[in-house]
Design a protein around this ligand. Structure first.
Ligand code: ZN
Length: 462
């Protein structure tokens, strides 16, 4: 009940802030930022040291940016609750049965993929979680007009999240914690693994018949193709695409017969932004600050793609993120958005991995989601970074960057065994895995790392 009261209070404030326009939003943002910086200075030894010598009252842009490797290296000094330690948290996330349960009875914990070279471990306090939930309701409320609400209720709000499973990833943790909260409606939430073969995934969705379908754009695009082909026949009311930039929204909406929304989310804060009818993402700027910047952290002018973006989470106290290098390339919209939403608008670029279309031994192709194929090797020991590049209809080059001191041959054997096991499960035991001599490559205009790169144009007709 306390949680509910807190969320309701935040929700009322969210409505007031948005109604008050840019000035009301800025007032809240500035007050929350001042409180966060003061808290970080008193309660986080890492920030106390970092901000030493800075005057008491500073502007956001005067604070030094921080990076994930830097914060992870000082983890125990970064967090503001001395009872939270990296060693203890690593033991917690190593236990898969604890996904969605609260660490130390109160903290929401999630990890971000290690395959990009920089694994992250994120702890969110109850106040932050209440803020995220309230904002998810604001986002979801915008997607449900009067015509769609009854349809949603008729289907008992059945929610399917199609994601990579097997770890404490944000989407999985969120769904599991919702299930644990709502005892009576546990069966209304279904986690559907993208690692399973596509026909089984399709069958599971057909059986469950979700009213709300949430997934990565690459997974949703594949499901739209399955729906067009007549194998998938679901009738979602709302489809929420999350985690990467959304491609062809109109095509998804037509194939799945649903209202399609794009949510910009991260393990560090969720939801950062929700899209509008004009195709822009509106940032929840009363609770999260985004600064598009160049490589040297100077501000990127509006209208131009940034090198990266600095995120400041105004809701979470236990693990302060202040001017944190998130790694995404974003474009800030110059001037107000035509849709009338006063929240600042952005677009996100360069967060897209490719769907692989691999040829089977007996002919035909199998579509493999990027998240599904990288999941088995995400926590492979000795791997700093891994990149899969399709080099033929049934051939993948595996580019590995090892951790310092790792034994190359042992790591290679382990990675290929894991990949081969996954591929065999998809009916793709014939696919050749080639050990690449070259290191993983930073590709794409934004310089954002791509884990999976497909052969272009894709072979076959899918
Ligand atoms: Zn807009």
């Amino acid at each position: 009940m306390a949680d509910f009261a807190r969320e309701l209070a935040i929700m009322i404030d969210l409505v007031r802030a948005k109604r008050g326009g840019p000035r009301a939003l800025a007032r809240r943002r500035d007050a929350r930022l001042a409180a966060l910086v003061a808290h970080a200075r008193t309660s986080s030894p890492f920030y106390r040291e970092l901000y030493r010598g800075l005057p008491e009252s500073v502007l956001l842009r005067e604070l030094p940016p921080v990076t994930k490797p830097e914060l992870m290296a000082h983890f125990d000094d970064w967090v503001t609750d001395p009872a939270v330690t990296r060693a203890d948290l690593e033991a917690f996330v190593a236990d898969r049965s604890l996904v969605g349960s609260r660490y130390r009875g109160r903290y929401f914990v999630c990890t971000s993929s290690g395959t990009t070279g920089h694994p992250g471990l994120f702890v969110h306090d109850p106040g932050a979680v209440a803020t995220y939930r309230a904002q998810a309701v604001r986002a979801f409320g915008a997607a449900l007009d009067a015509g769609r609400l009854p349809a949603m209720l008729r289907r008992r709000g059945r929610t399917a999240v199609v994601v990579g499973t097997g770890g404490h990833f944000a989407g999985v943790v969120w769904l599991e914690s919702e299930r644990r909260r709502s005892r009576g409606r546990r069966r209304a939430y279904r986690l559907i693994s993208v690692q399973q073969p596509l026909p089984r995934l399709v069958q599971e969705l057909n059986d469950f018949d979700p009213a709300l379908l949430i997934g990565y754009p690459s997974a949703l695009e594949l499901l739209a193709a399955e729906q067009d082909a007549g194998r998938l026949h679901i009738r979602p009311v709302v489809v929420e695409s999350s985690g990467e930039s959304l491609g062809d929204r109109a095509r998804l909406a037509a194939a799945l017969g649903a209202e399609v929304h794009n949510v910009y989310a991260a393990s560090e804060f969720s939801p950062i932004a929700l899209d509008c009818p004009r195709g822009w993402l509106h940032v929840n700027s009363d609770w999260v600050i985004l600064e598009p910047v160049e490589e040297d952290y100077r501000p990127t002018p509006a209208g131009q793609p940034s090198h990266t973006v600095l995120l400041t989470n105004l809701a979470n106290r236990v693990q302060p993120l202040i001017r944190y290098d998130l790694g995404d390339s974003v474009i800030a919209k110059p001037g107000p958005c035509e849709c009338g939403n006063p929240l600042p608008a952005i677009r996100v670029a360069g967060r897209h991995d490719d769907v692989l279309h691999l040829q089977k031994a007996g002919g035909g192709t199998v579509s493999v989601l990027p998240l599904a194929i990288t999941a088995p090797i995400d926590d492979a020991p000795g791997v700093h970074r891994c990149q899969l590049v399709q080099s033929g209809p049934a051939e993948l080059r595996v580019r590995l960057q090892l951790e310092p001191g790792a034994a190359g041959e042992t790591v290679w054997q382990d990675v290929t065994a894991k990949l081969a096991g996954f591929l065999a499960g998809q009916g793709l035991a014939n696919v050749d895995l080639v050990r690449a001599e070259e290191a993983p490559d930073q590709t794409g205009a934004s310089g954002k790392f791509h884990q999976v790169i497909a052969l272009k144009p894709p072979p076959g007709s899918v």
